[in-house]
Design a protein around this ligand. Structure first.
Ligand code: KG4
Ligand code: ZN
Length: 330
């Protein structure tokens, strides 16, 4: 099955072509224009998608060596995401489908992040535990043997990526701060400062908002010394986020008796998270899988993958509306 995937839920303008679970092309443009505002400005993101999408889609087709006529269908992100950016992608995809006469599928962005793991490991088979960690989501889900998504836990406040970004902002780092915190953390001492681990009670929920408060207090205490201790602060911060994620995943794997875990979303690019999750899984007698680095952040291949996964199960949702900004996993 040859599918063109179009992703515009946030600040990545992306398109890709997949052939079954093989990625033929994956073109994306990260809108750097938002950096000066310290976060994504929805209206600017919409306009940028509108400006960039035709070129990105053309390039994705060219790089795949396929034409629109070769395609079996077109998938776009139906939600969740920012309403304006989603509408731009949906309208573009609808126009393309109408013009070419190809089927059109509205895909779930969160299922897309999970599909990125399957594009990396095509043999990935349910049941398993799925941890989705991005700028907007921190979700613990059980994917059952018959492909159902069972929500086990989620963040009660900030998402893990949001915690990286907001804490990074307090430390004077640019947006998004996750990759830079992670780079600096590798140079620091993870035990330098004790920051609150984002566990929320005995259940499977997370809470990362306390971390921001603790970090801002620490930054004030350090004062001018912060510059010299930045690597240690980043290492301690990364450890607090990673340990919360790993601890709850361990409990979930054991409680639900699942054979392994798939970690996905932008934060799944984090090296320490991969290392600690892999260690925990091995000690628990489970497997751990992560998407290829190129498929961690929002991209078009994952959206095409989300559609393919549903098509394989004979479960493609009819197009009920063009976009659903608040769509949940499954
Ligand atoms: O999935 P994604 O590209 O967009 C959303 O759907 O949100 O995730 C972006 C998030 C940002 O918060 C970014 O800081 C975080 O992923 N991120 C990382 C790393 N790379 C991206 N966080 C920690 N370590 C990284 N290496
Ligand atoms: Zn995402």
């Amino acid at each position: 099955m040859l599918i063109l995937g179009i992703e515009t839920s946030c600040d990545e303008t992306a398109a890709a072509v997949i052939d079954g679970w093989k990625v033929l092309s994956n073109v994306l443009h990260t809108q750097a224009v938002h950096a000066e505002f310290g976060g994504v400005v929805p209206e600017i993101a919409s306009r940028e998608h509108l400006r960039l999408l035709p070129g990105i889609v053309r390039e994705a087709l060219e790089q795949s060596g396929k034409s629109i006529d070769d395609l079996d269908g077109i998938a776009y992100t139906r939600g969740p995401g920012l309403a304006g950016p989603l509408l731009v992608g949906a309208s573009f995809a609808q126009a393309l489908a109408m013009d070419s006469g190809k089927p059109l599928w509205g895909a779930n962005h969160l299922e897309g992040h999970l599909a990125a793991v399957r594009l990396t490991f095509p043999e990935l088979a349910a049941p398993f535990l799925c941890l989705t960690v991005s700028g907007g989501h921190t979700e613990l889900t059980e994917v059952t043997a018959d492909g159902e998504f069972l929500s086990l836990g989620c963040t009660r406040d900030d998402a893990a990526g949001e915690a990286f970004d907001k804490c990074g902002k307090i430390l004077g780092l640019g947006y998004p701060a996750g990759p830079e915190v992670s780079r600096l953390a590798a140079l620091g001492n993870r035990k330098a400062f004790a920051l609150p681990i984002g566990l929320r009670g005995d259940g499977l929920d997370f809470s990362f908002s306390g971390l921001k408060t603790a970090l801002s207090r620490l930054a004030k205490e350090l004062g001018p010394e912060l510059g010299d201790r930045l690597a240690d602060v980043c290492a301690s911060l990364e450890e607090a986020i990673v340990e919360a994620l790993v601890a709850k995943c361990k409990v979930a794997l054991q409680e639900r008796g699942l054979p392994g875990i798939a970690v996905c979303g932008g934060v799944s690019a984090n090296r320490r998270l991969r290392e600690r999750m892999q260690q925990m899984a091995e000690r628990t007698g489970c497997w751990a899988r992560f998407p290829a680095h190129a498929l961690c952040t929002d991209n078009g291949a994952m959206i095409a993958g989300a559609a393919l996964w549903r098509l394989e199960r004979g479960d493609v949702q009819p197009l009920t509306g063009p976009v659903e900004p608040g769509l949940a996993l499954g």
